[in-house]
Design a protein around this ligand. Structure first.
Ligand SMILES: [Zn+2]
Length: 344
């Protein structure tokens, strides 16, 4: 039987995030799917598309208009707030992500954490909030607009430097918590600004990743803060942590967030079993191998694996490589629909 859609993309995303009925699982990408091909198509290349609201909106919209995903996700990188805080940014060219230059971290101690008065007026904050306003106006009725606000752990890497912050977490847990509690105010401020601009959903990346810290760290340092974020930010939140995270998914399931964006290093069925219905999962098509260097057949197989396991929302595992071929991304919605036709 051919599967028929009965919902618009926005309704589908918001229903899936609240555990309500959906006609099919949405393709809900929490990070970014802007590729060099799409930048060329709409003449909105990096790094300008990260800094100019109009270019940003134009590029972001292709996720819906060209790829057929159910959402639009305009915050492409992870450095907008850090730039507004004063970190030095390596802006790169269109084939590379902007990054924070780690040679000169701006802060050393918790007391240094200070939100500049013009934070929300900074070009790199406005690039996102004004883009959301444009997208809301153009697509707000039909597509879910997904904003993004960095969690305090990720911000700490940028403002203190990764090494210094990780050393602090070993030597002085109290000071580390102090830093996180101060930094979380930035997460709230930028999140609220995006909600005011029209974001329906916020991704909350907080990179306490499997390769850098243990699962216990999540419980000790982040669980309570994440629960507090759910209280403070009144839209569905999607937590994003890359890498192997099965050792912390039990804690993550207690965060109260609407969904967890999980990495392909975690088996879909095993992950679904661990979270046991306490949080919804979104993911987890592999980026560096499957989407970047394999073909539609392999993409399809991973989509099917997620759907067979009952993963509620389908997406690439993280921000896709900028040279990912379009045909692989286009295969995701096709595979989701075909799965529905075959299994229903
Ligand atoms: Zn990631």
């Amino acid at each position: 039987m051919t599967f028929k859609e009965t919902m618009n993309p926005k309704e589908r995303c918001l229903n899936a995030l609240s555990g309500l009925k959906v006609d099919r699982p949405p393709i809900l990408n929490p990070t970014n799917v802007a590729t060099v091909e799409l930048m060329d198509l709409v003449d909105a290349p990096f790094p300008d598309a990260c800094r100019d609201p109009e270019l940003n909106a134009r590029l972001a919209a292709t996720e819906y208009t060209e790829l057929g995903f159910d959402c639009i996700t305009p915050y492409f990188s992870i450095i907008q707030e850090s730039s507004a805080l004063g970190c030095e940014i390596q802006w790169e060219q269109k084939d590379n992500w902007p990054t924070v230059r780690m040679t000169n971290p701006i802060w050393k101690n918790p007391e240094d954490v200070m939100i500049p008065p013009n934070f929300l007026k900074h070009q790199d904050s406005i690039a996102i909030t004004d883009s959301i306003k444009i997208l809301k106006e153009q697509y707000g009725e039909e597509v879910a607009i997904v904003g993004k606000t960095m969690g305090p752990w990720t911000l700490a890497y940028h403002v203190f430097g990764v090494e210094r912050f990780l050393l602090m977490s070993i030597d002085n847990p109290k000071e580390t918590l102090d830093c996180l509690h101060r930094l979380k105010e930035i997460s709230v401020l930028f999140g609220e600004a995006q909600i005011d601009a029209g974001a329906d959903v916020l991704t909350f990346p907080d990179h306490a990743t499997g390769d850098l810290v243990s699962g216990k760290y999540y419980e000790d340092f982040l669980l309570e803060i994440h629960q507090e974020m759910v209280e403070k930010l009144p839209v569905p939140l999607i937590l994003h942590i890359c890498g192997k995270t099965t050792d912390r998914m039990g804690y993550i399931a207690q965060s109260g967030m609407a969904a967890f964006h999980f990495d392909s290093k975690n088996d879909p069925q095993e992950s679904m079993d661990i979270v046991d219905g306490k949080i919804r999962l979104v993911g987890n098509i592999n980026n560096p191998e499957t989407l970047y260097s394999k073909g539609p057949a392999e993409v399809r197989a991973e989509v099917y694996q997620c759907m067979d396991a009952g993963v509620q929302m389908i997406a690439p595992e993280c921000a896709i490589p900028l040279a990912t071929p379009l045909e692989n991304l286009l295969e995701i919605p096709k595979a989701v629909r075909d799965w529905c036709s075959e299994r229903k």
